[in-house]
Design a protein around this ligand. Structure first.
Ligand code: PH4
Ligand code: ZN
Length: 308
C-alpha cells in the first residue's frame, strides 16, 4: 500500500474514539518492530521521525525503508510523519523525501508567530495531501502545588487552541496538558490536565495528540537496571491514565522512550549473558522481538488493534 497521510488514519480514530501510536524510529530494527507488531495486531500505524532521526539515518533511507515495509505489508495503513519539525527547512526536507505528514513545532514562539509559521506550512502541505500537526503550550510536567498562573504559562489555553485551529486549518493538534519527553515525567503521581483536554476537544473537534506519552514499562525498566543500567526515579504515563486521555479526546499517542528502554534492556541482558557473542544479529534480534511485544501491548491499550 502507498503511504497515506496521518489525517486519514486519525480521522477514523477520532470518529471511533480510539488512538493510534506514533512510534519514533531511527533505524531498521525499530521500523521492522513497528510493522511486525501492526501486522500481528491488525493496527494502523504512524511512523515518526524527528529531525534527530533524519540526521542519524538520512531522510531518503527512512522513507525507503518505510515504503519497502509498507509494500511488504500492504494491508497496514501507514503514515510517515516528521516529528517536531522546528522550521520550514526541516519540513521541506521531509516533503522532498516523501513524508506524508509533518509536525511544525513553533510552540516556543509567541502565539501569533507560532500561528504565522504554522499557516505557512499548511499552505505548502495541504495542496500536496500532506497532513499538518502543530503544538500549543510547553511539554513540561507541572506539580500539583504550582499557582494557576504558572499552570497557565505552561499548559494549553483552550480558547487559544480554538482560535489557532480555526485560523491555521491544521489537521491535528498537540495540546500541552502536563506530559514531557523521556523517562522522568513525574515526581509524584502521574497527573494530566484532563479538564483542559476536554475543553480543547469540545471546542476544536479535531484529532488531538499526546506527546511524551510513554509509560516506562516496569518489566523492561527492571531488566534495564538488572543488567547495569540506571533509571532511578523514572516514571511514565500509566495505561489507565492513557485510556482516560483517549476518552477525553487523544487520538495520536507518541511513543519513543518505551521502545528505547525495552530495546536497550534486552541488549544489556543479551550482552551480559553471552559475553563472547560477536554477531550483532544475535543481540539485536531478541531486542527487536522484545520491542514488538511492548508495541503490541500498547496497541491494545490504545484501542488500535483489530481496526484493519
Ligand atoms: N516524541 C519523541 C521525540 C524524540 O530528538 P529525538 O529523536 O530524541 O526526539 O515526540 C515524543 O513525544 C515521545 O515521547 P516519550 O519520550 O514519552 O516516548
Ligand atoms: Zn514529542
Amino acid at each position: 500500500m502507498s503511504l497515506i497521510s496521518a489525517k486519514e488514519i486519525l480521522d477514523d480514530a477520532n470518529k471511533n474514539l480510539y488512538a493510534v501510536g506514533a512510534f519514533n524510529v531511527n533505524n531498521m530494527e525499530f521500523l521492522q518492530a513497528v510493522f511486525l507488531a501492526a501486522e500481528s495486531e491488525k493496527s494502523p500505524i504512524i511512523i515518526a521521525a524527528s529531525e534527530g532521526a533524519i540526521k542519524y539515518a538520512g531522510p531518503d533511507m527512512l522513507f525507503s525503508m518505510t515504503k519497502a515495509l509498507s509494500d511488504t505489508y500492504p494491508n497496514i495503513p501507514v503514515a510517515l510523519h516528521l516529528d517536531h519539525g522546528s522550521n520550514l527547512n526541516a519540513v521541506m526536507v521531509a516533503i522532498k523525501a516523501g513524508f506524508t505528514s509533518v509536525m511544525i513545532d513553533a510552540s516556543h514562539f509567541p502565539f501569533e508567530e507560532n500561528l504565522k509559521i504554522t499557516k505557512q506550512v499548511v499552505s505548502i502541505c495541504h495542496p500536496l495531501g500532506i497532513s499538518v500537526e502543530a503544538e500549543l503550550g510547553r511539554l513540561k510536567g507541572v506539580e500539583d502545588n504550582v499557582s494557576v498562573a504558572e499552570r497557565d504559562a505552561v499548559l494549553v489555553n483552550p480558547k487559544e487552541a480554538n482560535d489557532f485551529v480555526a485560523s491555521s486549518n491544521i489537521d491535528f493538534l498537540a495540546p500541552a496538558i502536563g506530559t514531557s519527553h523521556g523517562a522522568f515525567k513525574f515526581k509524584g503521581e502521574a497527573k494530566l490536565d484532563f479538564e483542559r483536554l476536554r475543553k480543547v476537544k469540545e471546542l476544536t473537534g479535531i484529532p488531538l495528540v499526546l506527546h511524551g506519552a510513554s509509560s516506562v514499562p516496569e518489566a523492561a525498566s527492571k531488566k534495564f537496571e538488572e543488567f547495569g543500567g540506571d533509571l532511578k526515579g523514572a516514571k511514565g504515563v500509566p495505561f489507565d491514565v492513557l485510556k482516560d486521555a483517549i476518552k477525553f479526546g487523544i487520538n495520536k499517542v507518541n511513543t519513543d522512550t518505551d521502545l528505547r528502554i525495552s530495546f536497550l534492556a534486552k541488549v544489556r541482558e543479551s550482552i551480559a549473558n553471552d559475553k563472547s557473542q560477536i554477531d550483532p544479529r544475535k543481540i539485536f534480534g531478541p531486542a527487536k522481538d522484545y520491542v514488538i511485544e511492548i508495541i503490541k501491548e500498547r496497541m491494545r491499550v490504545l484501542g488500535s488493534s483489530n481496526r484493519i
